[in-house]
Write a protein that binds this ligand. Structure first.
Ligand SMILES: Nc1nc2c(ncn2[C@@H]2O[C@H](COP(=O)(O)OP(=O)(O)OP(=O)(O)O)[C@@H](O)[C@H]2O)c(=O)[nH]1
Ligand SMILES: [Mg+2]
Length: 209
């Protein structure tokens, strides 16, 4: 079926109401309450912040940077009464793969291991780098924990056709995923409506696929 060129996804409509609320530097500042929290986790520089802007159609809402490690605090963005986007600092920056597990003792680890939140973790991989050691540690931990997690592979625009097939397969095998990771691009918009559909279903009380 041909896509309607005037179609604007409902998540983009909601995204126009999104506002930055706070940058938490300690667990006492974490947002609590019943509104769903969608957290974006992954290595530094994989495009977590860019992806949130693109999903909401709000370029410039979440700060992005070419310099890895730019996001240091946990930033909470709210669409009132609907959902929160939670932008997490990237794993692995200036710590190296071998120490990545240490990061779970810090702020991000404390956020991810809360009893109630987040409701979903979107774990963002760099589609060009399916075998990073840091992802092995950090995604491995999240998958072991009792938090719904969806794995996506950003920067798909950088892959040729053969790696578009190979790299998701490598990730499925490595992490024993039951769902194939969604290959997408915050830059070109590739597959973003699929992720928006899944997030909307979740926000509206449905189950994460
Ligand atoms: N080619 C390409 N580049 C992208 C894409 N998404 C993000 N980038 C670029 O990747 C760089 C890092 O993007 P950010 O969104 O700041 O990455 P981040 O994961 O939030 O980084 P930290 O905050 O350091 O953890 C920027 O230069 C972006 O323009 C994409 O889909 N394709
Ligand atoms: Mg960021």
């Amino acid at each position: 079926m041909k896509k309607d060129p005037d179609f604007v996804h409902p998540l983009i409509h909601l995204g126009q109401k999104a506002e930055f609320r706070l940058g938490a530097v300690g667990p006492d500042q974490f947002v609590v309450g019943d509104t769903p929290q969608i957290a974006f986790a992954g290595r530094s520089n994989v495009g977590k912040s860019s992806l949130q802007n693109a999903l909401l159609g709000r370029h410039g809402l979440v700060r992005t940077s070419r310099t890895p490690g730019r996001t240091r605090e946990i930033n909470f963005f709210e669409v009132p009464d609907k959902f929160w986007f939670v932008d997490l600092p990237g794993f692995g920056y200036a710590r190296g793969g071998s120490q990545a597990s240490g990061q779970f003792a810090d702020l991000v680890g404390k956020y991810l291991s809360q009893e109630k939140h987040p409701d979903i973790v979107i774990y963002v991989l760099d589609a060009e780098v399916p075998e990073s050691e840091v992802d092995g540690t950090c995604l491995g931990r999240i998958l072991e924990a009792d938090v719904p997690c969806m794995v996506v592979m950003n920067k798909a625009d950088r892959l040729d056709q053969s790696r578009r097939i190979q790299h998701p397969r490598m990730v499925i095998d490595r992490f024993e995923l039951t769902e194939p990771p969604l290959l997408l691009s915050a830059r070109t918009g590739h597959n973003l409506d699929k992720l928006r559909d899944r997030l909307m279903a979740r926000i509206q009380g449905g189950k994460l696929e």
